[in-house]
Design a binder for this molecule. Structure first.
Ligand code: SF4
Length: 734
């Protein structure tokens, strides 16, 4: 069926009365103390964001009581963040997807109908066979985010396709990882390999640790602050870390590159860089010294608004603490389209300070290294994801979501089918609405797998309800870290309703496609047990302890004077990038002034709030209680000009005529008069998200000026402008 109508998910399922938060909380309110009942616990890995903290699910008499951190988990410091403790809300949310749904036409109107798993899986597998036979399996793409995506990637590869993309790359940390790899031969890793625990100076550029609550990172920054670390925060907004800083540099938006180049200018000009480190490990220093000569603090002041003496003073602070200085690589790095180059500048600044793989700078991550379960080799795909957008973004190390979407539009489109796992594309890809609709109208198959009826489900042919992380096995956690460790996620409960784990769905599809040899387990726990036994553990042991720590085999840092071969073509740190020059890009990071703000408009500045992980958690009844809506930060001068007061509701308008949902104003001097700010993840339109639908504004839909990074395809989102469309009502819900 083509020409898909977007189906408001409100039209499906039998409606039940709208639930209030207090009603929802009735089933999961934490008891003050255990009673006389029988207490049991089950290990888990939190899935409320992607940081993978290990936890324990406590039950009393078989009923969910609470989720806490696993005390043995060094990655999380034994603690969960606010969102992690809100995990019961995800399990108990009455708005969860409950049964497989298929698009049908009734009386000329498209809607969804509940179907059995057999019907849904038969339909998908027949469509997949059709795509493989007519155009080849590579024309089926996976768009994914989160743990269960690995199960679908395994299915896809067994089927013969390696076409996949994650918003976590082109809409988040891709430019950072590519920029670091081009320079150092390695990425900044996730979790970030920053050694903030031992740092004496930490520099944050537009990185809002404490607002984005990556648990272990917040804890180490807090410990560093308790040790009197020198914190330098560069941010146009007076963010939470800005309030803890020795230096807050309220930079003009879009000029961070100029500041980074000026800092390098000062370090080189004053001879404050680590000469031994630079001589031993780098190539291209002479070109760098020559290149940054033009970026004097006096010149850069005119661009950034940061006074020359502050630029010099902060550069000296960094040098004084080096190599125990971290210039943090950040995480959401897609800003202005020159983001790979800005990330390269951050990497280069760290190199001048000699902090890469040195104590107090960055450490060398190590993982346990679980062996792969023995399975047949995957068939070799004839084409790759990048063949869908030939000649574009030569350094994209993963599939680029925008490229996949654009290559899915029209009758001659490269891609003929999508499986979308755990990612709500209407909110995660900026300004995507019309392209998403066009792609959905072109595809032969569109499957959405989720726990919640997100906006993306409205585009699907088939919706598969995944059970939550508390009801399933997933792959073991084996991340590169300071302390190698394994962690287990296992079911604490049977899946509610008719939801199923992703490993089960992919096994069922694999068997229908004749790929059963790739799914030899009856239960996914068999695979995990085999892997654990290869490293001297077992599923039975992990079911008891949840986390197993292993000793490191390799040093945490470079040894003094150690010879190192970096994973770059020259085997050195590449300050001058021959790789970029060969492809026609600047071999050095170059500053380009940002677009100026159109008359009557304001820069759209967005970020995170501690209680939510984008739009993924805004309907969670526990977290909704904590943070029901986003707020719009407005400078008092702007508020006065528009006669706005804190508590008013306004709509925002984009230059292309998109008008947002209503959002509550907060008048504050913490934002400058050229910008407004809001947290991302609100303004849901899916009415089946009964708590959060119509609450707050969605920044993504207001973006119309996307700056694509020509090096790796990232979508720069910080060059967008909005104006006010004032409302008089004080109602939150539309
Ligand atoms: Fe869960 Fe918080 Fe850890 Fe994310 S940082 S995995 S939400 S506890």
């Amino acid at each position: 069926m083509k020409r898909r109508e977007f189906i408001k998910v409100s039209t499906l399922l039998s409606a039940s009365a709208a639930a209030s938060p207090s009603f929802l909380l009735g089933g999961c309110a934490a008891k003050p103390l255990p009673g006389t009942g029988v207490i049991s616990s089950t290990p888990t890995i939190c899935d409320m964001c992607f940081w993978k903290c290990a936890g324990e699910v406590f039950k009393e008499d078989g009923e969910l009581w609470k989720i806490t951190g696993n005390a043995d988990d060094l990655h999380s410091g034994g603690r969960l963040c606010t969102r992690g403790t809100g995990g019961p809300g995800a399990y108990l949310d009455p708005d969860r997807l409950k049964k497989p749904l298929m698009r049908v036409t009734v009386d000329g109107r498209q809607t969804f109908a509940e179907v059995s798993w057999e019907v849904a899986l038969d339909f998908i597998s027949e469509k997949m066979k059709g795509i493989a036979q007519t155009v080849g399996p590579e024309r089926l793409a996976l768009l994914h985010h989160g743990a269960g995506g690995h199960h679908f990637l395994h299915l896809l590869r067994a089927y013969g396709s390696d076409s996949h993309a994650e918003p976590a790359f082109a809409q988040c940390r891709g430019p950072r990882d590519v920029g670091f790899r081009l320079t150092l031969g390695e990425s900044a890793s996730s979790p970030e390999r920053t050694d903030m625990a031992n740092a004496r100076c930490i520099v944050l550029l537009g990185s809002h640790i404490g607002e984005n609550l990556h648990n272990g990172q917040v804890q180490t920054l807090t410990e560093a602050l308790n040790r009197d670390v020198t914190l330098i925060t560069v941010d146009p907004r007076f963010s939470v870390p800005a309030g803890k800083s020795k230096y807050w540099l309220p930079i003009k938006p879009g000029t961070d590159m100029a500041l980074l180049l000026a800092w390098m200018n000062v370090l080189i000009d004053e001879g404050l860089y680590d000469k031994d480190y630079v001589e031993r490990y780098t190539i291209g220093f002479e070109q760098l010294a020559k290149h940054v000569r033009q970026y004097t603090p006096e010149w850069v002041y005119l661009e950034t608004g940061i006074k020359p003496d502050i630029i010099r003073e902060t550069a000296r602070e960094m040098a004084k603490a080096a190599p125990a200085t971290v210039v943090h690589p950040g995480r959401h790095a897609v800003w202005y389209g020159d983001d790979t180059q800005r990330s390269r500048a951050i990497a280069m600044l760290n190199v001048l300070l000699g902090s890469w793989n040195r104590k107090g700078g960055f450490y060398i991550p190590e993982k346990v290294g679980l062996p792969e379960y023995p399975l047949p080799e995957y068939p070799q795909p004839k084409v790759t994801t990048a063949d869908a957008y030939p000649g574009k973004w030569p350094f994209a190390s993963q599939g680029v979501t925008n490229g996949v979407i654009d290559a899915s539009i029209g009758d001659e489109a490269f891609f003929k089918g999508w499986i979308v796992y755990g990612t709500n594309l209407p909110q995660s890809i900026p300004a995507v609405a019309s392209r998403l609709k066009a792609a959905a109208n072109s595809l032969d198959l569109l499957v959405v797998v989720d726990t919640m009826p997100s906006e993306m489900t409205g585009y699907a042919d088939v919706i598969l309800p995944e059970c939550t992380y508390l009801e399933r096995y997933d792959d073991l956690r084996d991340s590169g870290e300071r302390h190698p460790s394994l962690a287990l996620r296992m079911p604490a409960f049977e899946p509610r309703y008719e939801s199923k784990p992703a490993w089960w769905m992919t096994k069922q599809l694999g068997e229908r496609l004749g790929l059963q040899q790739y799914f030899p387990w009856q239960d996914y726990s068999e695979k995990l047990d085999w892997q654990l036994q290869q490293v001297g553990s077992s599923l039975a042991e992990m079911q008891k302890i949840g986390v197993k720590n292993f000793p490191r085999k390799y040093p945490l840092y470079f040894k003094e004077g150690q010879n190192v071969k970096f994973r770059t073509p020259s085997r050195k740190i590449e300050l001058y990038s021959e790789q970029l020059a060969e492809k026609g890009f600047d071999p050095m990071p170059v500053y380009t002034p940002p677009d100026s703000v159109p008359e009557g408009y304001y820069r759209l500045n967005y970020g995170r709030m501690p209680a939510h992980t984008f739009g993924k958690t805004t309907n969670n009844p526990l977290l909704f209680e904590l943070a029901p809506e986003n707020q719009l930060w407005v400078n008092p001068l702007v508020a006065s000009e528009w006669s706005l007061q804190s508590g008013d509701y306004v709509r925002l308008g984009s230059p292309t005529g998109v008008v947002s949902n209503k959002v509550r104003v907060r008048v504050t001097e913490r934002i400058g008069p050229d910008s407004i700010y809001m947290a991302h993840g609100f303004g849901h339109k899916s009415k089946r998200l009964r708590l959060t639908a119509g609450v707050g504004a969605d920044d993504s839909e207001l973006m119309s000026n996307i700056k694509i990074d020509p090096i790796m395809g990232g979508t720069g989102m910080r060059a967008n402008f909005v104006t006010f469309v004032k409302e008089t009502t004080t109602e939150i819900h539309s």
